[in-house]
Design a protein around this ligand. Structure first.
Ligand code: UDP
Ligand code: MG
Length: 137
């Protein structure tokens, strides 16, 4: 078993896709270990996306991520990290495969519905960024 960290980004919440995406999470066999509904502070967004701080999209991305509430969750499954990346599809929904979450629900390359950790190490770091040990059950 492996864990990954995901978010349903502000566009997914605003556009009413939370229920459908959670249903997909369960259908794909993920177990929910932790889940929070919250609005990020700008400091938290900047910290979370620090690896992208030199990229041209960083400031816009951070402003976008604080523009409305999100759902943050820790999910468990076999190959959780790669399986989630597979079912969310490419960063840009225009390039995402049919049936992927971003193809189905994303608005744009920035407002792309969901986050997913890109490695097992980053997943553990990102889970600990959002959850204390006792919040994971
Ligand atoms: N992003 C953006 N413009 C880009 C690339 C990325 O706005 O050209 C945003 C997008 O919301 C993406 C996030 O920055 O999900 C993190 O980028 P990354 O390359 O890690 O994409 P991901 O791992 O989310 O597919
Ligand atoms: Mg990434």
């Amino acid at each position: 078993m492996q864990r990954t960290f995901i978010m349903l980004k502000p566009d997914a919440v605003k556009n009413g896709h939370v229920g459908n995406i959670l249903a997909r999470i369960e259908k794909e066999g993920f177990k929910i270990k932790g889940m929070k509904y919250l609005q990020l502070s700008l400091n938290d967004a900047k910290q979370f996306y620090k690896v992208h701080s030199e990229r041209p999209f960083y400031n816009d991305l951070c402003s976008y991520m604080v523009s409305g509430p999100i759902v943050a969750a820790a999910l468990e499954r076999d190959n959780a990290v790669s399986h989630w990346r597979e079912i969310i599809g490419a960063t840009d929904p225009k390039e995402a495969a049919e049936g992927t979450i971003r193809k189905l629900y994303a608005e744009s390359k920035e407002a792309n519905a969901v986050h997913g950790s890109d490695s097992v190490d980053n997943a553990e770091f990102e889970i600990s960024f959002f959850f204390k040990g006792h919040e994971l059950v």
